[in-house]
Design a protein around this ligand. Structure first.
Ligand code: 13P
Ligand code: 13P
Ligand code: MG
Ligand code: MG
Length: 373
């Protein structure tokens, strides 16, 4: 059974946090080329903003030590290139020196999905920059549970029973499964809070197979301090009992608001863009999402097709620019700035300590005496 793995890391930005240097991409491509036909069935390299993704098919299953250590070594090699060129935040996501079998808790993010290849296997790989894994909650709900987005839920007998959503609580390291449509309102109560509750996978109830996978690491929680947003990736299988390609893309026609953007500390619209436009610059944003489409055939990645390279998403891009203008004018005020408990920067504790003496109890209410009496 093949596995599709996207393993990704920010190993240095060019310029600032806006893109990956072509020499880093070339280094990753060289390593993938060497591994193809040996460790890997196939592989390709993609970027979104300053994040580098290794998109790979192989037969080692999810969380495989061989595949993860290959990615770990590759990210160290691209970090080497970044250091050489003095690129920004070289090795940003490589949080630990000691690799211990897989990338869990090590800094890089990954989404992996093992599947029996259908006669035709269309898959979408979504890569985002300047946001967090909870950013996939809204589109996943719309793809797999909302009949206004996905008419297949009503019309396709292979989808009609619905889908199961596996949700992670990132704060308490717990998970729960929600069965849609029955548990739809329960599910929304949780995943409407995407900083904490994140859809990790979606499974078809009819086919009993996995349809979607996301990356769920939260770097800030791993590192205990702000080191950059854990820009997420997602895999969605399409057609024949899964959402059609067009149903899976439809949620991105709305430039919905996510957390991230400048210093990972603001709300901003998510802009769907072609690969060549995935370079956040204005206010380190707006956050971007690209979508690479592949047909997988005998484990080979036929593609990618640049799925948001379509004028049908022009309005979402225009909408993102408008929302960006509107939110930016709020400057350091919420809800542009994230609420204090979500803020990635830790200025507040130091500030509270420094100004502790300045804060005094409110004056007690004293009875007013009228001076003329
Ligand atoms: P499938 O039944 O193969 O998913 O086809 C439906 C379709 O392509 C609608 O766009
Ligand atoms: P990245 O998470 O993409 O590195 O961005 C960090 C940042 O602070 C942008 O302003
Ligand atoms: Mg960065
Ligand atoms: Mg990034």
């Amino acid at each position: 059974m093949p596995t599709l793995s996207i393993l990704k890391a920010d190993t240095g930005g060019y310029v600032g946090h806006s893109a990956v240097h072509p020499a880093m991409v070339a280094e990753a491509v060289r390593r993938i080329d060497r591994a193809r036909g040996d460790l890997l069935l196939d592989g390709t390299v993609a970027t979104c903003g300053d994040d580098l993704s290794l998109i790979m098919t192989h037969e080692h299953g999810p969380d495989a030590a061989a595949v993860h250590s290959f990615a770990w070594d590759t990210f160290h090699a691209t970090t080497g290139v970044a250091r050489d060129f003095g690129l920004y935040g070289a090795g940003q996501d490589l949080l630990s020196d000691a690799f211990s079998g897989n990338l869990r808790g090590m800094g890089p993010g990954y989404a992996e999905l093992e599947f029996t290849e259908r006669p035709s296997e269309p898959v979408l790989c979504f890569l985002a920059d300047k946001t967090e894994p909870g950013a996939w909650n809204l589109p996943l709900f719309r793809m797999f549970a909302d009949p206004f987005t996905t008419p297949g839920l009503v019309m396709d007998a292979k989808m009609h029973a619905g889908f199961r959503f596996e949700v992670y609580d990132l704060y308490q390291e717990k998970r729960a499964v929600f069965d849609c449509p029955a548990d739809m309102y329960d599910l929304l109560m949780y995943i409407g809070a995407p900083a904490r509750y994140v859809v990790h996978s979606v499974t078809s109830k009819t086919r009993g197979v996995q349809a979607a996978a996301t990356s769920t690491q939260r770097l800030s929680l791993i590192a205990g301090k702000y080191v950059g947003k854990d820009d997420p990736v997602m895999i969605v299988r399409c057609q024949s009992g899964m959402p059609a390609i067009g149903e899976a893309l439809e949620p991105f026609a709305l430039a919905y608001t996510v957390a991230g953007c400048m210093r990972g500390s603001h709300h901003a619209p998510l802009m769907p863009v072609p690969v060549g436009s995935a370079h956040p610059s204005r206010f380190d944003g707006p956050p971007r999402v690209v979508c690479l489409g592949f047909q997988i055939s005998g484990g080979r990645l036929i593609g990618p097709r640049d799925m948001f390279d379509d004028p049908a998403f022009d309005r979402a891009r225009a909408q993102a620019n408008e929302i960006m203008d509107y939110l930016r004018r709020h400057g350091p005020f919420e809800p542009h700035r994230l609420s204090l408990d979500e803020l990635e920067y830790t200025t507040m504790p130091a500030l509270e300590e420094r100004l502790a003496d300045r804060w005094e109890p409110l004056p007690a209410a004293e009875p007013r005496v009228n001076p003329t009496e």
